[in-house]
Design a protein around this ligand. Structure first.
Ligand SMILES: [Zn+2]
Length: 119
């Protein structure tokens, strides 16, 4: 079985960019994405050159990995029965609260307190 870091790195090395279209990417890699994966996430600019991954945090079939591009992204992968893991969520750190989930003394209303992406 492939570990989540290998699956994620494989996906990120072929992430759509000005040379690889989303359609081309999906032809080969849709099997590594969950049904619910938001295809709109694929427009986020990822340059594989300076990529660093954290160790995966794996609990109950869910793997979370920080990706430093060098801006921080969060990847959430779910265990499946075929490839091992599939990418479920790929999201950027909230630019309003910088991942804290707190804005002033309130719950950040951009990310809903999660610290990641937007509502
Ligand atoms: Zn926020």
């Amino acid at each position: 079985m492939q570990n989540p870091s290998d699956v994620l790195m494989k996906i990120l090395m072929q992430w759509p960019n000005d040379k690889i279209s989303v359609e081309t990417f999906l032809k080969t890699y849709s099997g590594y994405l969950t049904e619910e994966f938001d295809r709109a996430s694929l427009v986020q600019p990822i340059r594989s050159k300076n990529l660093k991954l954290s160790q995966p945090l794996v609990t109950e079939g869910v793997a979370k990995i920080f990706v430093y591009v060098p801006d921080p992204f969060l990847a959430v992968l779910l265990k499946d029965n075929e490839n091992g893991f599939r990418l479920h969520i790929f999201t950027f750190q909230c630019t309003n609260c910088f991942g804290t989930g707190i804005s002033g003394s309130e719950v950040c209303d951009v990310c809903g307190g999660s610290g990641w992406g937007t509502l």
